[in-house]
Design a protein around this ligand. Structure first.
Ligand code: SAM
Length: 316
């Protein structure tokens, strides 16, 4: 099938397939289906009878996914909605009794980055928007930049962007308000900081605003237990993260599931309800893209994949 350039290039597809291990007859959820690249690979690998439920909050991306995945017919169902309601969508799909795999690909899609009007990128001048779901009523990046008190703005840029120059950037933003476009904001930031090596000075601030606008960390916290709950024994959850804040959350959550007993060390008797591990982390460290993949698709540069398998009662 010809892949049109407006499709997002999916990252680390082979690694995702190795971890997810799709099989015929299996049920899979791509909770961030985007333009359907990973979904297509999962459907191919689970042919002829694997099924896939794809979710996304971005209806522009879903329209492209619908086009791309049409050849798979009734094996795929796409829904416009947030993965924070995963359990509800599974019930509606008749899959409340469990699925074999869930994929979360947490980054921004090329579709979103490359369309100036979506306001995600400092490379294209557009309105400061950054909502994954442009139909939502939630605040835009312009709302945050133009209304937050300076101290709150600095805190947001520091916390979600891990930006050392957060205070200076917040001060400059407040001095130049109102700011309407990504280009204006990028220029203001570039006057205050040189930014991380080899990256645009606005990289970290844009990441921080995007995380805040879309409440990404809160959403991730909400979806992980639902994805876990949804897995059948032997089912797998695979997460692609693009920055250390979300990766840390995934790592700690997976470790807790795989750890089992959380009681104090002996001699205290163990009365912990989770004395047996409920899960097996498939690889102790995250998988990274190869140099070759990064050369072909620079957006894969900061991707890292973690995966966990739910154990059957008798394995635990
Ligand atoms: C990196 S892209 C996924 C690309 C996809 N794997 C592919 O192969 O085309 C991440 C997607 O997650 C979506 N997204 C972000 N937050 C979401 C949420 N709460 N619920 C559902 N989708 C969300 C974004 O709109 C975006 O399309």
């Amino acid at each position: 099938m010809a892949v049109r350039s407006e499709y997002h290039v999916p990252v680390m597809v082979d690694t995702v397939l190795t971890f997810l291990a799709p099989k015929p007859g299996g049920r899979y959820v791509d909770a961030t289906v985007g333009t359907g690249g990973h979904a297509e690979a999962i459907l191919r690998a689970s042919a002829p009878s694997g099924q896939l439920l794809g979710l996304d909050v971005d209806s522009q991306a879903l329209a492209l996914a619908r086009q791309r995945l049409a050849p798979f017919g009734a094996r795929v169902r796409l829904v416009h909605g947030s993965y924070v309601h995963l359990s509800d969508y599974l019930r509606a799909q008749g899959w409340a009794d469990g699925v074999d795999g869930v994929l979360l690909d947490l980054g921004v899609s090329s579709l979103q980055l490359d369309r100036a009007e979506r306001g995600f990128s400092f490379r294209h001048d557009g309105p400061l928007d950054m909502r994954f779901d442009p139909e939502s009523e939630g605040p835009t990046a312009a709302d945050l930049v133009n209304t937050l008190p300076e101290a709150e703005l600095a805190d947001l840029i520091w916390r979600y962007g891990e930006e050392r120059r957060a205070r200076a950037i917040a001060r400059a933003i407040v001095r130049h308000r109102p700011i309407h476009t990504t280009g204006e904001l990028a220029q203001i930031i570039a006057r205050v900081t040189r930014g991380p090596r080899g990256r645009h000075p606005a990289t970290r601030t844009f990441q921080a605003l995007r995380i805040a606008v879309n409440q990404e960390l809160r959403n991730l916290e909400q979806v992980l237990p639902q994805a876990w709950q949804a897995l059948r024994p032997g089912g797998r959850l695979v997460v692609i993260a693009f920055h250390s804040l979300e990766d840390r959350l995934v790592k700690h959550t997976f470790r807790a599931w795989a750890k089992g007993c959380s009681c104090p060390p002996p001699p205290a008797p163990c009365d912990c309800a989770h004395a047996r591990p409920k899960a097996r982390v498939l690889k102790p460290f995250p998988a990274w893209p190869t140099e070759d993949e990064v050369a072909r698709n620079p957006r894969a540069r900061s991707a890292r994949v973690r995966a966990i398998e739910k154990l059957a009662e008798e394995d635990a």
